[in-house]
Design a protein around this ligand. Sequence first.
Ligand code: VGL
Ligand code: ZN
Length: 198
Amino acid sequence: MPHALIVIDMQNDFCPGGALAVDGGHEIVGRINTLMADFDAVVLTQDWHPADHASFADNHAGAQPFETTEMEYGEQVLWPRHCVIGSEGAGFHRDLDLSRADLVIRKGFRADIDSYSAFFENDRRTPTGLAGYLRERDLTQLTFVGLAHDFCVAWSALDAARLGFSVSVIEDATRAIDLNGSKDAARQNMRQAGVSLR
Ligand code: VGL
Ligand code: ZN
């Protein structure tokens, strides 16, 4: 069965020194590069927000980063400004091997809705188009790595499982933000959904 490696958001802003740095985010780049050779296809995702994006705390009067707010589509964490379209922070980590990527899919480019998952925006209904791409290429087995374990990796893996793909996450090729227990919750949700944590 054709097997795709999906590398989530290995971007400067999620690595130390970046605007929304994940502890140890840079440590997984070498492992991810090595893993690429074992797959039939490699897909990269890129968090890609306009300056007026609704997920940025500084676009909400009086709000602080890491607070939550209610959006039309449900609860949303407000983040420090990150991965602004065309910025250095939105670029891929300089050591990430881009040569093996068949597809780079951008997400979060609509100002009024965030998109953690590579498959659906945060309303969990508006598709990014990735499922169609994978199905047309018969890539039915998916392995997820990248940043951050408890947000974009977990949401992507959960959606993939819901869509009927066979899904695993290589946890030592991820790092977590771990906001209010979000890492444990993500692991539990993924296990329950039948995602294999390796
Ligand atoms: C992410 C928060 C906001 C992620 C992206 O890649 O996990 N987290 N935008
Ligand atoms: Zn984002």
